[in-house]
Design a protein around this ligand. Structure first.
Ligand code: GLC
Length: 457
């Protein structure tokens, strides 16, 4: 769906919520009706409810409206039900768009209208600088529990001393690979370089097609012009030693041969080992091909792990995950982009205390444990990585702990602050043009550099 349409939908949603005082259809497609979780009987009366520290006592009839969803939508329900019970508030879920880029545009419309209709929203790890002025400082509501969270994310979410989001789950881009197919084609281990991936993907694709599956592809990933391509592109260029677009000291470093070569590499996959349509794929498009058993490799976030292993999944127990492969050159390395989402409360909410209590619960140890266990969402509380139930559901949490606990590569959102969304838009627009053959890697890095220099000067 294009951005203009979202803009219109956003306004309509705000208007309809304001006029009718009732939930409106989800703008992101999918489930149109908000799902409501009501506190269990007795909880509202306080019998079983244990409101989070710092929160006001639950008021009868208060409904907290939360804009959640995105690709983790399938896992929201159990934690939402738990928190309705725990806080005593009714929680109504309104789904937002899957695309982080479209979701940000929608939130900005809500905030621009100072709309009280969404109390809580999930906010991306790259947005604190952009959204801080519209978000409540949650420090008093989190209390001492603040020490439980990964300090780097707390720091990321703190703007001018205010904690504008409680770390809800973290994310790191991963390479998914089919263990059965690697074995079938005689490979002992997943690829550690892009060149190896290319070779394996080519051989497996040829073999599977020859055996009668014309829909089979070597490698699927996210190539659409949106925030997800910034994540993929950053992995490519960092893996080639091509810097981080804008360095932490503010230097615009994008114009270098390694970054350019990494974009050319990705363009070379399109319509060869990756479907031609990959240039408009987001996470769920890639997962659709992968989950149908039609790809040897996929780049995606951890949420795809539990879905791939679901009872009815054709690839159940047939895949593994490793860090993304390395590029070429002296500074080649494995690079996984840091992602993740926070629980934030809107300043325009009419029920800030209730909303904060729900946000605290959702991001609490138990709230995260539920989502980690059913949905392989990565916790932001370190000791959950030692929890037996969490590890049983996700053995890879232990193997990749170093990546999840700080080894992932951050997008330049802290250094560019409020300008980050424009930085990312320039970047993914130009990288997408390389993927679609409109320019080469060198032209892209030059164009990104000059646009960033005028934007950031
Ligand atoms: C995931 C990440 C988020 C990122 C988005 C891009 O949801 O957690 O940080 O911006 O993907 O598509």
């Amino acid at each position: 769906m294009n951005r203009k349409l979202y803009a219109m939908l956003g306004l309509l949603l705000i208007l309809s919520l304001a006029l009718a005082g009732c939930p409106a259809p989800a703008p992101g497609g999918g489930a149109a009706q908000p799902a409501a979780a009501t506190p269990a009987e007795g909880a509202a009366a306080g019998a079983e409810a244990t409101p989070a520290e710092g929160a006001a006592a639950p008021a009868e009839g208060v409904v907290v409206r939360a804009m959640l969803g995105a690709v983790s939508r399938d896992f929201d329900t159990a934690a939402v039900e738990y928190c309705a019970q725990e806080t005593g508030y009714q929680i109504e879920v309104v789904n937002g768009p899957d695309s982080a880029t479209d979701r940000l545009a929608l939130y900005l419309q809500f905030f621009g209208a100072q709309s009280p209709d969404i109390d809580i929203m999930q906010t991306d790890v790259i947005w604190p600088g952009i959204l801080a002025e519209h978000l409540v400082d949650l420090t008093p509501y989190v209390g001492d529990a603040i020490g439980d969270y990964f300090p780097a994310i707390i720091q990321n979410n703190t703007v001018d001393g205010a904690l504008v989001g409680i770390p809800w789950f973290t994310d790191a881009g991963l390479l998914y690979y089919r263990t059965d197919l690697l074995e079938k084609y005689g490979y002992d281990a997943p690829p550690t370089t892009w060149a190896e991936l290319d070779e394996m993907a080519t051989a497996i694709q040829e073999g599977e097609r020859a055996e009668g599956n014309p829909d089979f592809w070597g490698y699927v990933w996210q190539g659409a012009a949106y925030e997800g391509l910034t994540c993929n592109g950053l992995e490519w260029q960092v893996s080639w030693g091509g810097g981080q677009i804008v360095e932490p000291d503010g230097t615009v470093s994008i114009n270098n041969g390694q970054a350019a070569a990494s974009f050319d590499m990705a363009a070379g996959w399109v319509d060869r080992i990756s479907p031609p349509g990959v240039v408009s794929y987001m996470e769920e498009d890639a997962r659709g091909v992968w989950q149908a058993g039609n790809a040897a490799f996929m780049r995606n976030w951890p949420y795809a792990y539990s879905l791939g292993n679901a009872e009815d999944s054709v690839i159940k127990d047939k895949f593994g995950v490793v860090p993304a492969p390395m590029g070429e050159g002296d500074d080649a390395r494995h690079a996984d982009t840091l992602g993740g989402w926070q629980m934030s409360v809107s300043k325009y909410s009419a029920n800030v205390d209730a909303a904060a209590a729900v946000a605290v619960c959702m991001a609490s140890r138990e709230g995260q444990k539920i989502r980690a266990t059913v949905g392989s969402m990565l916790p932001t509380i370190g000791d959950l990585y030692q929890d037996a139930d969490v590890l049983e559901a996700n053995p890879f949490f232990e193997q990749l702990y170093d990546v999840f606990a700080g080894g992932a590569v951050a997008r330049p959102s802290t250094v560019t602050g409020e300008a980050y969304n424009e930085v990312s838009t320039i970047y993914f627009t130009e990288v997408n043009k390389v993927l679609t053959g409109q320019q080469d890697g060198q032209q892209a890095v030059e164009s990104i550099e000059s646009q960033l220099q005028s934007l950031l000067q």
